[in-house]
Design a protein around this ligand. Structure first.
Ligand SMILES: NC(=O)c1ccc[n+]([C@@H]2O[C@H](COP(=O)([O-])OP(=O)(O)OC[C@H]3O[C@@H](n4cnc5c(N)ncnc54)[C@H](OP(=O)(O)O)[C@@H]3O)[C@@H](O)[C@H]2O)c1
Length: 304
C-alpha cells in the first residue's frame, strides 16, 4: 500500500509518499481501507521530530481515519467486513490501510459523508473527554474556548451549546469569529486586538470561582505564570491532558461515551463536522503547510 512516511524530520516536504507493507489486524483490532484521514497538530509535531509515536504504534503519522472495514482480527465481533466507520488511531492514518483497536472504531454518523467522518474522532473524543468528563460542564455555565475556529474549537462550541452552556471564544480574525458565532458562540474576542480577560469581565471572570482551566495545547508556549493564591481563593482547578498518551482502556471508554452522547447530536443535525479542505494523500505536504499557516477554520483532511 501507499503511505506517507517521514524518512527525516523537518519541514512539510519531509512527508514522503512511499510504498510500504500492508498492516495486519491483530487480535482485537480491525483493518480499515482508508478513504480519508484527519490532519492534526500532533502530526506536524511528529513530522518535526518532537512527538515520537508511542511504543507499539505505527511509525507513520495520522491519528484518525474514515473508511471501510477490510478485515477483523481474532475476538472482534462488533464490526464486519464492509462496515463504513471512522476511528481514533494510535498512528498510521496517512495511508491506504490502517489498523485500529476495535473499541476505538465508531460507525459513520447518519447525515455525514464517509470522507468528512474522518474529521470527527479526534475532535469529538478530545472535546468530550476534556469539556465533559474532566471539566464537567453544566447547563448555564460559561465555556471559554481559546482557538475557537480550530478543529477542536469548532466542535467544543457546538457541543457546549448543545447541552445549554454559554460559549465564549477567542480567535485571531473577524472571519474566524463569524464562523464561531454561526456555530453558537455568544461572546467573541479577537485576542490579537483585545485583552480577553478584560473583555470577559462583561460576562464572567477568567477564571471564575470554582472554575476549571483545562490545557490541551501549547501553541502559545509551554510555560506560564500562575498566582496560586488567586487559584486558592477561587477554588479553581488547573488540569492538563493528552488523548494520545492515554491507555487503550481509557480511549475505549471515551469512544463509547462519544458514541452515546455526541453521535445522536450529530445525527439530529445539532452538531456537524466543520471541514476547511480535502487534499489528496499525495499532497500531504500542502495540507501541513495549510495547517501551519493557521488561516484554516475547522478540519483539514487527506483523501486516498
Ligand atoms: N491534548 C490533547 O489530547 C489534544 C488533542 C487534540 C488537539 N490538541 C491540541 O489542541 C490544539 C488545537 O488543535 P487543532 O487540531 O484544533 O488545531 P488547529 O485546527 O490547527 O487550530 C489551531 C488554532 O489555534 C490558534 N492559535 C495559534 N496560536 C495561538 C495562541 N498563541 N493563542 C490562541 N490561539 C492560537 C490559531 O488560530 P488563530 O490564532 O488565528 O485564532 C490556529 O488556527 C493544538 O494545540 C493541538 O495540539 C490536543
Amino acid at each position: 500500500m501507499r503511505a506517507i512516511t517521514i524518512p527525516e524530520p523537518g519541514d512539510a516536504d519531509s512527508l514522503v509518499l512511499d510504498e510500504v507493507p500492508d498492516p495486519v489486524a491483530g487480535a482485537g483490532q480491525v483493518l480499515i481501507d482508508v478513504v480519508a484521514a484527519g490532519v492534526n497538530r500532533a502530526d506536524v509535531m511528529q513530522r518535526l521530530g518532537h512527538y515520537p509515536p508511542p511504543p507499539g504504534a505505527s511509525e507513520y503519522p495520522g491519528l484518525e481515519v474514515s473508511g471501510r472495514i477490510a478485515a477483523v482480527g481474532d475476538g472482534v465481533e462488533q464490526w464486519q467486513v464492509g462496515d463504513e466507520v471512522c476511528a481514533l488511531l494510535d498512528g498510521g492514518g496517512y495511508a491506504e490501510r490502517a489498523v485500529a483497536p476495535a473499541e476505538q472504531v465508531l460507525p459513520v454518523p447518519r447525515g455525514v459523508s464517509l470522507v468528512d467522518a474522518a474529521g470527527l474522532p479526534e475532535v469529538a473524543c478530545t472535546v468530550w473527554s476534556n469539556v465533559f468528563l474532566v471539566a464537567n460542564i453544566q447547563p448555564g455555565q460559561v465555556l471559554l474556548v481559546h482557538g475557537g475556529s480550530s478543529g477542536i474549537g469548532t466542535m467544543a462550541i457546538q457541543l457546549a451549546k448543545a447541552v445549554g452552556a454559554h460559549v465564549a471564544v477567542t480567535a485571531g480574525s473577524a472571519e474566524k469569529l463569524d464562523v464561531c458565532r454561526e456555530l453558537g458562540a455568544e461572546f467573541l474576542v479577537n485576542y490579537k486586538e483585545e485583552d480577553f480577560v478584560e473583555r470577559l469581565h462583561e460576562l464572567t471572570k477568567a477564571l471564575a470561582t470554582n472554575g476549571r482551566l483545562v490545557t490541551i495545547g501549547l501553541m502559545g508556549g509551554r510555560r506560564g505564570e500562575l498566582d496560586m493564591g488567586m487559584l486558592l481563593a477561587k477554588r479553581g482547578a488547573v488540569i492538563a491532558t493528552s488523548l494520545r498518551a492515554r491507555p487503550a482502556t481509557e480511549k475505549a471508554a471515551i469512544v463509547a461515551a462519544v458514541r452515546e452522547h455526541v453521535w445522536p447530536l450529530i445525527e439530529a443535525g445539532d452538531v456537524r463536522p466543520v471541514i476547511q479542505s480535502r487534499h489528496p494523500l499525495e499532497h500531504a505536504a500542502e495540507a501541513h503547510r495549510e495547517m501551519e499557516a493557521s488561516g484554516h477554520i475547522g478540519k483539514i483532511l487527506l483523501t486516498t
